[in-house]
Design a binder for this molecule. Structure first.
Ligand code: IMP
Length: 187
């Protein structure tokens, strides 16, 4: 039986195994960096949920988690440039070490907005972990402290990333192919 999740995905860019092993490396780096601390790990909903849960299960240090939801794209593949907080953190981050977990950076507008917003709440420090960046290392227009993968400037889906709400449940990251996305979905 054809896997309906795959309709509209032209190729696998990052496999499950590659995700798993890179995430284990990132977790070890964060464990070393925060070994004497009790950081708050902030996930950006919805896309970063898969990455955050896999990452923190590999981490050995004590930590807390919290979530924010922002919207910047609507249903299109282009950034609107307008970022809106849809769900805010459940507690204060003042004086705390904060690790922001973002799924992907394209224009960087969303992350820039988020960093500025969180920095204004006076955390002890704030570092940023990005799973996928469309910017070469050192070239991003916004803070990146840890990057999982630098990817080409293509629209990708899977492992939390969506197009119009779909594809988040793919276990890998794939390149979205609108021409092939002709599935007539129920509902
Ligand atoms: P930016 O503000 O242009 O950096 O876009 C950031 C947000 O847009 C991410 O958090 C994603 O939700 C979404 N986004 C950007 N590029 C992609 C992509 O290739 N696939 C899926 N979502 C993306």
């Amino acid at each position: 039986m054809t896997d309906a999740r795959m309709v509209g995905v032209s190729r696998v860019l990052i496999s499950e195994e590659e995700l798993r092993s890179r995430i284990a490396e990132l977790a070890a780096e964060l464990d070393a960096e925060y070994r004497n601390d009790f950081p708050i790990v902030i996930g950006v909903l919805n896309g970063a949920v898969f990455f955050l849960t896999d990452l923190i299960r590999e981490m050995k240090i004590p930590l807390e988690i919290d979530f924010m939801a922002v919207s910047s794209y609507g249903d299109s593949t282009r950034s609107s440039g307008v970022v809106q907080i849809i769900k805010d953190l459940s507690k204060s981050i003042e004086g705390r070490r904060v690790i922001v977990i973002e799924d992907i950076v394209d224009s960087g507008l969303t992350l820039k907005y988020l960093i500025d917003n969180l920095a204004s709440r006076n955390p002890a420090d704030l570092r940023v972990v990005v799973l996928l960046s469309k910017w070469a290392i050192g070239q991003a227009p916004v803070q990146h402290d840890h990057v999982g993968f630098v990817i080409p400037d293509e629209f990708v889906v899977g492992y939390g990333l969506d197009f119009a709400g779909r594809y988040r449940n793919l276990p890998f990251v794939g390149v979205y192919d609108p021409k092939a996305d002709s599935a007539d979905l129920p509902g």
